[in-house]
Design a protein around this ligand. Structure first.
Ligand code: ADP
Ligand code: MG
Length: 217
C-alpha cells in the first residue's frame, strides 16, 4: 500500500512541484498518473523512491515511512519499487543479460540464480534469446522491454513506469502497455506516469490527474 498524505515538495530554488497531494494505491492496483509536462509526475516517483524528501507531508510504502526513512532501509525500499524511465537508462557497453542482471550482481546473488532470474524476466517481456545482444542491436521498444525486465528481475512489489512510451511510436507504445498490463495481471502494483492519455486507453487504469502540482482527479 502506497500512501501520500498532504505531500508538498518545494525545491531549493523555490519552485513548488507538488501541492498538498494525498492519494492511496492498494496492493495489486493499476494506476495511471496523467498530467502535462511539468505537472509533477516525476517528482512523485522521486519522492516514492526516497531520491528526494517532501517539504511537508508523509509518504509510506507498506511499513516504510519514506519521508523519514532510515538510510539502512533504503536498499530494501528500492527493491520494493522497480522503476522504468522514458530514456531506458540501459548501459550501452553491457549485454542485455548484464543490464537485466546488474542490480542482482550488486546484491551479490549466486550466478546461477541471477541467470535464472534474468531468463525469466526477459521471457516476461517477450525477449527470450536476446541475452547476448548489445543495446545497439535493439530497437527503442526492445530497449524499453529490457528496462522493464531489469526492473522486474528483482521481483519488486511495485513497478513505476515514468513516461515509458515517450520515445516510442504508437504501435510499439501499445505493445509496452500490454506488457505492463500483463505484469499487473500477475500481481505487481503498476503505476504509469504519462502526459499521453492515449497510452492508457488499452489498459484502463484508475486515473490520478495532476495539473500544475495539484491532484484534480
Ligand atoms: P513532470 O514529470 O510531470 O513533467 P516534474 O515532476 O519533472 O514534472 O516537474 C514538476 C515541476 O517541478 C516542473 O515545473 C519542474 O520544472 C520542477 N522541477 C523538477 N525538478 C526540479 C528541481 N530539481 N529543481 C527545481 N524545479 C524542479
Ligand atoms: Mg516527468
Amino acid at each position: 500500500m502506497i500512501r501520500f498524505a498532504s505531500v508538498t515538495k518545494t525545491f531549493p530554488n523555490g519552485k513548488t512541484a507538488l501541492k498538498q497531494i494525498s492519494f492511496e494505491i492498494a496492493d495489486g492496483e493499476m494506476v495511471g498518473i496523467i498530467g502535462p509536462s511539468g505537472s509533477g509526475k516525476t517528482t512523485i516517483l522521486r519522492l516514492l523512491i526516497n531520491e528526494i524528501i517532501p517539504t511537508e507531508g508523509e509518504i509510506s510504502v507498506d511499513d516504510f515511512q519514506v519521508h523519514k526513512l532510515n538510510r539502512k532501509k533504503l536498499p530494501q525500499l528500492r527493491r520494493t519499487i522497480g522503476s522504468v524511465f522514458q530514456d531506458y537508462k540501459i548501459l550501452t557497453d553491457r549485454t542485455v543479460a548484464e543490464n537485466v542482471g546488474l542490480i542482482l550482481e550488486i546484491l551479490d546473488l549466486p550466478d546461477k540464480e541471477i541467470a535464472e532470474k534474468v531468463t525469466n524476466a526477459l521471457e516476461m517481456v517477450g525477449l527470450s534469446k536476446t541475452e547476448d545482444l548489445f543495446p545497439a542491436q535493439l530497437s527503442g521498444g526492445e530497449l524499453q522491454r529490457v528496462a522493464i525486465a531489469r526492473a522486474m528481475a528483482m521481483s519488486p512489489k511495485i513497478l513505476f513506469a515514468d513516461e515509458p512510451t515517450g520515445n516510442l511510436d504508437s504501435v510499439t507504445a501499445k505493445q509496452i502497455s500490454k506488457i505492463l498490463k500483463e505484469i499487473n495481471g500477475r500481481g505487481t502494483t503498476v503505476i504509469i506516469a504519462t502526459h499521453d492519455k492515449g497510452v492508457l486507453d488499452f489498459i484502463k487504469p484508475r486515473i490520478l490527474q495532476l495539473e500544475a502540482g495539484e491532484l484534480i482527479l
